[in-house]
Design a protein around this ligand. Structure first.
Ligand code: ZN
Length: 223
């Protein structure tokens, strides 16, 4: 579960604490909410992350769409600063990226010159091209891609099955199951039934966010 602004960090942490081992919190400054940041935002973020290794970083990123009112140059500075923090603290990083895939890729290459030792990253609501998908897979072996409504496209077909996750902005699990069903229709999952897909997504989720330290909870939806 991701935070996006200083305002919601405490709510994310509080809510995730109600389901330990099932909900995993991430907090970060999202490009849409950069203008509202306070003078001490970075220190607060750093101290909160340092206080609990089970908290990850995100959403952070770049957004060139009209939805984002913050200056692109400021977005880049804020994003880069958080990436360096994620590197320092070795936290999984959830990345929001709209119409800036090449720029974020170059920034990640700069912050993580050796992508093989970069922490897991989740490129959420992935909308990159086939070329960008292949480039991320090549240079960042621990990057994952998530989709809220997977469409059959060349870029999703290029994502290896052990790098795919499912996501939702909805508080109800029904939307997530809808995404599962759409995924089963994709060619790379055609050999899996619903149970097999659920297991695959759970395994991917653990590799991305739990990284082996949190016990298995039978029957829970963990995406
Ligand atoms: Zn996002």
């Amino acid at each position: 579960m991701n935070g996006t602004s200083e305002e919601d960090w405490k709510h994310i942490l509080h809510f995730c604490a109600t389901k330990p081992g099932i909900l995993v919190p991430s907090i970060g400054l999202h490009p849409w909410y950069i203008n509202q940041r306070t003078a001490g935002w970075f220190d607060r973020l750093r101290e909160t992350l340092m206080g609990d290794p089970g908290i990850h970083l995100g959403e952070i990123g770049l957004d060139k769409s009209r939805k984002s009112s913050s200056k692109y140059e400021t977005q880049k500075l804020v994003c880069r600063r958080q990436l360096i923090l994620g590197k320092e603290l070795n936290r999984t990083i959830s990345i929001h990226c709209v119409s800036a895939h090449g720029t974020i890729f170059e920034m990640l290459r700069e912050v993580f010159p050796d992508g093989s030792i970069a922490p897991p990253m989740l490129l959420h609501a992935w909308s990159g091209s086939l070329e960008m998908t292949l480039a991320f897979c090549k240079y960042f072996p621990h990057c994952f891609f998530s989709f809220s409504s997977p469409k059959t496209s060349k870029s999703i077909m290029a994502v290896p099955t052990d790098r795919i996750l499912c996501e939702t902005d909805d508080s109800r699990s029904s939307h997530l199951f809808h995404s599962y069903n759409e995924m089963i229709g994709l060619e790379q999952f055609s050999k899996l039934d619903f149970k097999g897909l659920k297991q695959l997504l759970e395994d991917n989720f653990r590799k991305c966010f739990q990284r082996g330290e949190i016990p298995h909870h039978e029957g829970d939806v963990n995406c």
